[in-house]
Design a protein around this ligand. Structure first.
Ligand code: MCA
Ligand code: AMP
Length: 505
């Protein structure tokens, strides 16, 4: 791999055809690669002038807009790590990310600027500006308008951190996974080849930009190919299907495919120019896989990835795409299935934990070497996902060792929700599980044991209290009050049993 930064690898691709459209908005000016080169140069310079050193962090909690991409590329050029945050994260959650990452600059939503300035000051963040989805009205954007497009030379090694993405853990607080320029470049190259990207591809982009999926796999695929995207502010099935008429690729989480397959506008005619539909972030049900094929004639390509690793496994572009399977290892990715107890590889056909090695595997958790050490065994990253490999070498995810719920493609860690529920007045104890949900895949459900004096505590009160501290998607959608939590002889809550109890609630 070339010994340069990700930006230096991408720049020649963009400069080859600078007037090519990078993105089109449903109602707004299209943007070219020339725009990205210029806008990201200004962003890099502004990041430097805000006092972010090479190796520093820029946290961004902004609604989806074109300048998020300019700031991302600006960070790459300035040698800063981007920390993208969910706009739905509460002030308490954001405060944790800012403190933990020791960010030098925080870009927030314009309507929260005052609140966030006060909060960021308490967290020791020296500079706070706003970034608006409209591309002009944020204070950072006003600054960009008067900043020269000249960041000056920054020399970076591929081992430099390009982004830090927070991922919660089954125990403790969220951890910041450091992804290097090399990680992102290696994964972008592997996906470019595996999915046959070309400059003439047009992606329908309806994912959020604060996760690997929307930022590095979807937008990152476009940037790597020098291709174009129809850039939608959010997932709206009408707008997505409308955009298919002018596009070639779509990427979504299973909930999106479930909703598209139920939409009367989804027909083979509506998808006539499309060449590829890709699903990931959560298991795609065989029912949705089949329903989508029946409606469109297209076979969804399912793949498997993780924040710490980017993409690892993918069904093939050419060759069978099997329902219920996440396919074969991507180029450069080594995969083992290991018995988590004995740490030996399991015999063919048996279930084991997925262990990974490759140039895509992250550099560690920011400021947490012990947590990094726990995540690896002899150089292999332990995913906590359980899989089986069939006779053709295809992998199928069959379960998880980690206590985690995936709701609509977003991960929710029960330990984090339980800590918040336990702190509510009148809650003796709580337990959180995921229960099956046709739309979201899994739905967050909570069992609560009330204190003897708190018979009045209602489901509504619990949900309201949880929402004050947790992003809405993490809050339980179902709350059931029990006399006691089901426990095994060791006193451990039996989550499987609880799932059965709550599935019917
Ligand atoms: C929104 N809501 C949710 C979720 N999303 N509740 C539970 N789970 C969710 N995922 C709630 C909102 O708080 C709101 O509730 C109500 O649903 C409607 O909100 P709205 O924004 O209109 O929701 P939506 O547009 O229907 O969103 C559903 C969605 C979205 C499109 C499926 O969640 C989404 O974009 N998911 C994709 C996430 C993603 O990119 N995952 C990749 C990460 P209320 O009104 O009560 O507040 S994983 C990854 O990157 C790895 C590496 C990988 O392999 O890809
Ligand atoms: P995150 O760390 O938020 O990126 O979530 C990664 C997790 O999502 C993985 O460890 C898996 O548990 C799950 N995941 C991602 N893609 C798939 C898939 N295609 N099928 C099943 N689970 C998936």
């Amino acid at each position: 791999m070339a010994d340069t930064s990700l930006y230096e690898r991408l720049r020649p691709i963009w400069e080859r055809d600078p007037d090519r459209t990078l993105l089109e908005h449903p109602n707004g000016r299209p943007r070219t690669y020339r725009w990205l080169l210029e806008r990201s140069a200004r962003a890099a310079r502004a990041i430097q002038e805000e006092g972010v050193p090479v190796g520093g962090r820029v946290a961004v909690q902004a609604d989806k807009g074109e300048d998020l991409l300019a700031v991302y590329v600006g960070c790459l050029r300035a040698g800063a790590a981007l920390l993208p945050l969910n706009p739905a994260a509460t002030a308490e959650e954001v405060a944790y990310y800012l403190r933990d990452s020791r960010a030098s600059l925080f870009l927030c939503q314009p309507e929260r600027l005052e609140q966030m300035r006060a909060m960021a000051e308490r967290c020791g963040v020296p500079a706070v500006e706003s970034l608006a989805a409209d591309g002009e009205s944020g204070t950072f954007q006003q600054r960009l308008a008067r900043t020269p497009a000249d960041p000056g030379p920054v020399s970076l090694r591929p081992e430099a951190t390009a982004a830090i993405l927070y991922t919660s853990g089954t125990t403790g607080r969220p951890k910041g996974a450091m992804l290097t320029h090399r990680n992102l470049a290696a994964n972008a190259d592997a996906l470019h080849d595996a999915w046959g990207w070309t400059r003439t591809d047009v992606l329908v982009h309806a994912l959020p930009l604060f996760h690997i999926h929307g930022l590095f796999v979807a937008a990152g695929g476009v940037l790597r190919a020098g291709a174009s995207m129809i850039f939608l502010p959010r997932f709206d099935p009408d707008a997505v299907i409308h955009a298919f008429r002018r596009a070639t690729i779509f990427m979504g989480v299973p909930t999106m495919y479930h909703r598209l397959a139920a939409h009367p506008g989804l027909t083979s005619e509506a998808c006539r120019g499309m060449r590829l539909f890709i699903s990931g972030s959560a298991p795609l049900s065989v029912a949705d896989f089949e329903a989508f094929r029946a409606r469109t004639g297209h076979t969804i390509l399912e793949r498997y990835g993780m924040t710490e690793t980017g993409m690892n496994l993918s069904n093939p572009l050419r060759g069978p795409r099997k329902p219920g399977s996440v396919g074969l290892p991507l180029a450069g990715v080594q995969v083992r299935l290991v018995d988590p107890e004995t740490r030996r590889d399991v015999p063919p056909g048996e279930v084991g934990e997925i262990w990974l090695r490759g140039p895509n595997i992250f550099a560690g958790y920011f400021g947490a070497p012990e947590k990094t050490a726990e995540a690896f065994h002899e150089g292999w990253f332990r995913t906590g996902d359980l899989a089986r490999r069939d006779g053709d070498g295809y992998y199928a995810i069959v379960g998880r060792l980690k206590d985690m719920v995936i709701s609509g493609g977003l991960n929710v860690y029960p330990a984090e929700v339980e800590a918040v529920l336990d702190a509510i007045d009148g809650v003796e104890e709580s337990a959180v599980v995921g229960v099956p949900d046709a739309d979201l895949g899994e739905r967050v459900a909570a069992a609560i044991v009330r204190c003897a004096w708190a018979a009045e505590l209602t489901e509504e009160r619990v949900i309201t209290a949880a929402r004050e501290r947790l992003a809405p998607y993490k809050c339980p959608r179902t709350v059931r009050f029990l006399e006691a939590l089901p426990r095994n002889a060791m006193g451990k809550v039996e989550k499987t049993r609880l799932r059965e109890i709550l599935a019917g609630a």
